[in-house]
Design a protein around this ligand. Sequence first.
Ligand SMILES: [Zn+2]
Length: 378
Amino acid sequence: MVVDGGTYSPVPTDLIVRAPKVLLHDHLDGGLRPQTVLDLADEFGYAGLPAQDAGTLAKWFADAAYSGSLERYLETFKHTVGVTQTEEALRRVARECAVDLAADGVVYAEIRYAPELHVEQGLNLNQIVEAVLAGFSEGQRQAESQGHRIRVGVLLTAMRTATHSRQIAELAVQYRDLGVVGFDIAGAEAGFPPTRHLDAFEYLRRENAHFTIHAGEAFGLPSIWEAIQWCGADRLGHGVRIVDDITVEPDGSVTLGRLAAYVRDRRIPLEMCPSSNIQTGAAASIEQHPIGLLRRLGFRVTVNTDNRLMSGTSMSREMELLSQAFGYGLNDLQWFTLNAMKSAFLPFDERLTMINEQIKPQYSALKAVLADRLTGRE
Ligand SMILES: [Zn+2]
């Protein structure tokens, strides 16, 4: 019997972990290890953590994130940001982030955070950026010594509810050759349209710099439209609500509105985060997540983690959930991964090298492993 290792699903967990993965949307303050939150709170005298051991704390984060209450969800970030107000702490969480992602098979990641949230104890923005970059360098070296190669780029985020976006955009340009690869805005979407920060985006475009915008998560099409047509976003953070511009008839035929057609035609990358979207109510379940429809229609969909601590997830876990829900095989996981690599804020030649020398050969090898396993030779 000849078995196709590319289409078989669900893909076994160990092969998903081994598969090279590319992550474009992950928040540094949403990915701390529970034990690190405890250690840092201890070290820097941060009071008010809701639990005193790692297991209970991890559960508290997940419960709060799934509670459906925005206040409780935001409280989780109050703690992770609260314990990362020193250079030492920022360096540690960045280092551990790189190590954890590498161990999960991530070969390239863009990690974002908002420098303006880490100034409570007197750090200036440059100290913050440099501490995080140093942490990622250490993490990449540590991962390499453990046999995992990962490359990490940084996105500097400005809070859309605040007024520092131009300053943060300038910071991103200042550090563009030192590991910062782009810019983002995040935070409450309703009432804070991307055009509030037009000054920052116009500046970045004049500087030939890259940026993504959280849009189309909590708020719908107008936010996506502004992000693309007014601000000039290279990518959309989430963008799930683009489905509001797609009509599926009972007979299965599909009609795209003008905005959805534009997003697909221009290959605008959608940074989708399935588990996170369920927590925030942007999707009802993995099975009903718009990623299934958008993948079928050929949008440039990518798979991401958003907040690994709050969602209790990893890149492998997100891939596994999708493989189970939609019957995706290694071919599909490779497609998501290539989409992400093509959409990375890295120079074109470097993206191509990673695709041709790392991602494609490794997926081919895994498909052969799976085919052998299925035919009983392994
Ligand atoms: Zn996000």
